[in-house]
Design a binder for this molecule. Structure first.
Ligand SMILES: [Cu+2]
Length: 273
């Protein structure tokens, strides 16, 4: 409180009110949250949202308590009538306490979060999972379904030809690829069925981001990165590219359709023709 005697009392009281108002307004904005994430439609997303809420509750409580105390001290001890503040430094007990408490909270949240992450990335998809390949390119998302044989055909970089619609370089010399179904900027999946995506890029880094799935994964040239999830609600949602990948990055998006089994089968059939 070294600055306290230099400022007039009313100004310090005003400052105290400002800190209290700031704490209350911020807490209210988070509790009411008129602007928030879109709804979650993924099984795993429930854990992601819980983790986010837990982190916000702890950080929010620390923020509110700190600002309330700051305001309180200004109100109570500010101004000339309060005299000079007592100053001391070095309290090993207090320093140890706040370091330990902070460390426990940070490490605890980290461990908790890594379990949510591991469930999504370090477990195998269920045996009945349907595999779809995702290939990012500047500036579109390509999707490929393996077709009735359940096998993806070979692709070759020298076969890529945008003018012919062969965005991922399907090799027509491979019989496994003849029934492959490809789409651009629209992906459909059946609801309540585990889906495995193999995420690729044919040029630069992209990031496959589906906010309603609480799910974001970089697409890295030369790698096929597997991820799996289950969507629990039908509807039309959005895929965005979440990695700045060039001048037209802003319009790199795809429609994400979650359908009933019947609708999905009909959709896939219409695409294979
Ligand atoms: Cu991109």
């Amino acid at each position: 409180m070294l600055l306290a005697p230099d400022l007039p009392g009313p100004l310090l009281k005003l400052l105290a009110l400002f800190f209290w108002a700031l704490a209350i307004a911020t807490a209210t904005a988070f509790i009411v949250h008129p602007i928030w994430l879109p709804e979650n439609i993924s099984l795993n997303g429930v854990d992601v949202d819980q983790q986010l809420n837990l982190t916000l509750c702890i950080a929010g409580a620390a923020f509110v308590i700190a600002h309330m105390l700051l305001g309180l001290f200004l109100w109570r001890f500010g101004g000339k009538q309060a005299g000079r503040a007592l100053y001391w430094h070095e309290s090993h007990r207090m320093e140890t306490a706040w370091t330990v408490v902070t460390a426990v909270i940070f490490v605890g949240l980290g461990l908790q979060g890594s379990r949510v992450w591991a469930r999504e990335y370090l477990t195998d998809p269920p045996a009945n999972a349907m595999t779809i390949e995702v290939t990012g390119q500047q500036f579109a998302w390509n999707f490929r379904y393996p077709g009735p044989d359940g096998k993806f055909g070979r692709t070759r970089p020298d076969k890529v030809d945008d003018s012919e619609g062969n965005y991922i370089g399907l090799d027509d010399g491979d019989p496994a690829g003849t029934d492959d179904i490809t789409t651009q900027n629209v992906i459909a999946i059946p609801v309540n069925r585990p889906i495995q995506l193999i995420i690729r890029s044919r040029d630069v880094l992209h990031s496959f981001f589906v906010p309603v799935l609480r799910f974001k994964q970089d697409a890295v040239p030369g790698m096929g990165i597997p991820v799996h999830f289950t969507a629990t609600k039908t509807g039309e949602y959005e895929v965005a590219c979440a990695e700045l990948c060039g001048m037209q990055h802003y319009k790199m998006r795809a429609r994400f359709l979650v359908m009933t089994d019947t609708d999905f089968n009909a959709w896939l059939k219409s695409r294979s023709q």
